[in-house]
Design a protein around this ligand. Structure first.
Ligand SMILES: [Zn+2]
Length: 217
């Protein structure tokens, strides 16, 4: 296993967008393979959704200083301040502002535990969509890096376009409410479910609405 130390690189995308990747500035260092794949999947989504700004991606112990510089204050989930090494989260999306957009950070301690990659559906681009699936929840809780990243990226799209306030999405959510924490989580879980399975009607409908909004040039 090769560890990844002191990665601080920037990828540039269309429309002047830049994403900084910060990994392995502190122990425990992530695996080289994991970091490479996170960079690949970031490239994939940034090229696909050309209006999403994602200013920073990394493991949270490495990014915490930069997050403060960006003006992000502490992250509170369910009334509790989340530290970089808390077990409560796999990854977190935060929204800086309209110009800088979003930040996606992984739990530094957990990153090495979810380096397993669902190759069955393609390395980073979800090319091998599976048939079937009756339940959106089926993909929730699986710790593939692909799924975790896609989930957080869906939050970035939500933040940019205000998907949670979209009346069509709210209407669909009304019948699903009791199974999800809130509408943001519902949207993110549908987004990922559609990346993995082809036949879930609710996930397909939600994804169709997201893409009709977010894929517009
Ligand atoms: Zn979420």
């Amino acid at each position: 296993m090769f560890s990844c130390k002191n990665v601080d690189i920037t990828h540039t995308y269309t429309h002047g967008r830049k994403t900084e990747f910060m990994f392995g500035l502190h122990k425990p260092y992530p695996k080289v393979k994991s970091v490479k794949r996170i960079c690949e999947i970031t490239d994939y989504y940034m090229n696909k959704y050309q209006r999403i700004n994602l200013v920073l991606v990394g493991d949270r112990l490495s990014t915490i200083k930069k997050e403060k510089e960006l003006g992000l204050s502490e992250i509170i989930i369910d009334g509790k301040v989340i530290t970089p090494l808390d077990n409560e989260f796999n990854a977190i999306h935060s929204y800086v502002d309209r110009i800088k957009g979003s930040v996606i950070t992984f739990n530094t301690n957990k990153l090495n535990k979810f380096c397993n990659w669902d190759f069955g559906i393609g390395r980073h681009d979800f090319t091998g969509l599976r048939k079937g699936n009756s339940s959106i929840k089926e993909v929730t809780g699986k710790v593939y890096l692909q799924y975790i990243f896609a989930h957080e990226f869906a939050h970035a799209i939500d933040a940019e376009y205000g998907l949670s306030d979209n009346s069509e999405l709210r209407e669909i959510y009304k019948n699903q409410e009791e199974r999800f924490k809130n509408i943001s989580e519902f949207i993110a879980e549908c987004f990922v479910a559609r990346e993995v399975y082809s036949d879930n009607e609710v996930a397909n409908k939600v994804r169709e609405i997201i893409d009709s909004i977010a894929l517009k040039a």
